[in-house]
Design a binder for this molecule. Structure first.
Ligand code: GAR
Length: 196
């Protein structure tokens, strides 16, 4: 049997995507969550990790003199786990060059990129009046939600949707998409070429 894909998952909020990854791992999916990192204290994601016995760490931008110092500190925290892949699952910070130079990172985003990047993908799609939106899993590059797309799932906007109702339906698709993508990346590791 091939070795499981070793993951560190980064979160900022409730961590329902993380939960889907942990549940899939428990059900035999070919990956292993080594640790969960957050950019703030008291996230639901860290709580979910702890209740499964998964180590957690917090790295707050505000605890560093510069953004570059935070980037370097987060890189060291990630390095310590030596993951195959870092998963940004509701992590609401743009990762810096040190992290991206040392680690492969995938992100999940609640809109059909390249439409509606940024921190308010659901709100912006709804405000624009689109009838179909969805979610995207992509490689992270130096831009904001600009990296190569790995997978997308579509979700219809229903009359009367609010940001909350729409986001909840997107997240159902997003959790399944993320687990499918990680399963595929575990099965075919040809993406693991050396970082430039
Ligand atoms: C997810 O919908 C994720 O795509 C989004 O935050 C949510 C986190 O939910 N991320 C972004 O908007 C990043 N731009 P979760 O904490 O329940 O997994």
């Amino acid at each position: 049997m091939t070795e499981p894909l070793r993951l560190v998952v980064l979160v900022s909020g409730s961590g329902s995507n993380l939960q889907a990854v942990l549940d899939a791992e428990a059900a035999g999916a070919p990956f292993l969550v080594l640790a969960v990192g957050a950019d703030r204290d008291g996230t639901g994601g860290a709580e979910r990790a702890s209740s499964r016995g998964v180590p957690t760490f917090v790295s707050r931008v505000a605890d560093h003199d510069t953004r570059a110092d935070w980037d370097a500190a987060l890189t060291r925290l990630l390095d310590a786990y030596d993951p195959d892949l870092v998963v940004s699952a509701g992590f609401m910070k743009v990762l810096g060059p040190a992290v991206l130079g040392a680690h492969r990172v995938v992100n999940t985003h609640p809109a059909l990129l390249p439409s509606f990047p940024g921190a308010h993908g659901v709100r912006d799609a709804l405000a624009h009046g689109v009838r179909v939106t969805g979610c995207t899993c992509h490689w992270v590059d130096a831009g904001v939600d600009t990296g190569p797309i790995i997978e997308q799932r579509a979700v219809r906007v229903e009359d009367g949707d609010t940001v909350e109702t729409l986001h909840e339906r997107i997240k159902v698709e997003e959790r399944a998409m993320l687990v499918d993508v990680l399963t595929r990346l575990a099965a075919d590791r040809s993406w693991r070429t050396p970082l430039p």
